[in-house]
Design a protein around this ligand. Structure first.
Ligand SMILES: *[C@@H]1O[C@H](CO)[C@@H](O)[C@H](O)[C@H]1NC(C)=O
Ligand SMILES: *[C@@H]1O[C@H](CO)[C@@H](O)[C@H](O)[C@H]1NC(C)=O
Ligand SMILES: *[C@@H]1O[C@H](CO)[C@@H](O)[C@H](O)[C@H]1NC(C)=O
Ligand SMILES: [Zn+2]
Length: 291
């Protein structure tokens, strides 16, 4: 059923900007399930938290920081706006799509280099770690790699009869409806399942053979571009398979939701697994340079 919405309502739509807390904290817990013991110790120390929640605890910090005066510069770093043409063709081009104020590709590289540099001051190292944990989540959200209507923020849709926007549906409504909540306990339970899928289940061979391809600390831009390109491909296949017309003002909690859930699960699992490897690589290097 297509419902027409008055423009006054459209103007008031919330402008949401990241995987909601459930997505980010689940990615963080998956990573903490896999990292090696020295990696755990290093990041517990950098993040001043020696509990098992050391990554989940800061996974959404960057989404608050961007709305502070000191953090305003970091707003554009949460995404890259591919000026592609879904569903006809998807694809990211760094020169075309990375804004002059920066984008998530450059940010992953920047904060990775800060973590690797032994001369980075403690406070900056703490901030760099918080950004890395967050941005490796965001880069796996398809609508963080798409320009169309501000990453879907300006596409009004309905979810379980509530008026919202397409970006929010992917960040928050789909994961939370699938899992049934959003607190740390829900994230940890979801992470346990996805960790099992990676170790023993449906993701085992993909994780081993494909998910880490092209990953290199020497070339973090290229690594991040691979991850963003894979997320962006889902914009054509799953987010907007019939273009804007296929979702605008439509109810998305039925068939659309059902088709999206396996993609969201795969992306969250991939993000967590890649974050784990990235942190392990950083920790191995840190051990050599006595960081
Ligand atoms: C560590 O993270 C947990 C979970 O968010 C939190 O409850 C705890 O206060 C944190 N510890 C410190 C020292 O910040
Ligand atoms: C790198 O990070 C620093 C510290 O947050 C920031 O001031 C700078 O603008 C960043 N540079 C790029 C190119 O993103
Ligand atoms: C985890 O998997 C079990 C068994 O398949 C399922 O019953 C449960 O709902 C799942 N929980 C989450 C949070 O994914
Ligand atoms: Zn974000």
């Amino acid at each position: 059923m297509k419902i027409h919405l008055p423009t006054a309502i459209l103007a008031c739509l919330p402008f949401s900007t990241a995987w909601g807390s459930l997505g980010h904290t689940t990615v963080a817990y998956i990573a903490s399930n896999f990292v090696s013991p020295p990696t755990t110790l290093l990041f517990q120390s950098i993040l001043y938290n020696d509990t098992e929640h050391y990554l989940a605890n800061i996974a959404t910090w960057a989404d608050s920081f961007r709305y502070t005066a000191a953090g305003r510069f970091s707003g554009p770093l949460h995404f890259i706006d591919a000026n592609d043409e879904p569903p006809l063709y998807c694809g990211i081009k760094m020169e075309r799509d990375c804004a002059t104020e920066g984008c998530i590709i450059g940010a992953v590289a920047n904060y990775t280099r800060q973590l690797l540099d032994p001369s980075t001051p403690t406070g900056m190292r703490n901030m760099a770690a918080k950004f890395i944990v967050h941005f490796l989540g965001d880069i796996h959200e398809p609508l963080h790699t798409e320009a169309l209507l501000r990453g879907g923020n300006s596409i009004p849709v309905l979810f379980a009869t509530h008026l919202t926007n397409l970006h929010h549906v992917w960040d928050t409504s789909i994961p939370e409806t699938h899992i049934g909540g959003y607190g740390l306990a829900f994230a940890q339970a979801w992470a346990t399942n996805l960790t099992d899928f990676i170790q023993n289940g449906i993701y085992k061979s993909q994780a081993e053979n494909e998910w880490l391809k092209g990953m290199s600390l020497e070339d973090p831009e290229s690594s991040a571009l691979i991850w963003a390109g894979e997320s962006n491909a889902y914009v054509c296949s799953t987010v907007l398979p019939e273009g804007r017309e296929g979702v605008e003002n439509m109810e998305l909690s039925g068939e659309y939701f059902e088709a999206a859930v396996p993609v969201v699960e795969t992306l969250v699992a991939r993000a967590g697994y890649r974050l784990e490897k990235w942190l392990d690589l950083i920790a191995v290097r840190a051990a050599r340079t006595e960081l």
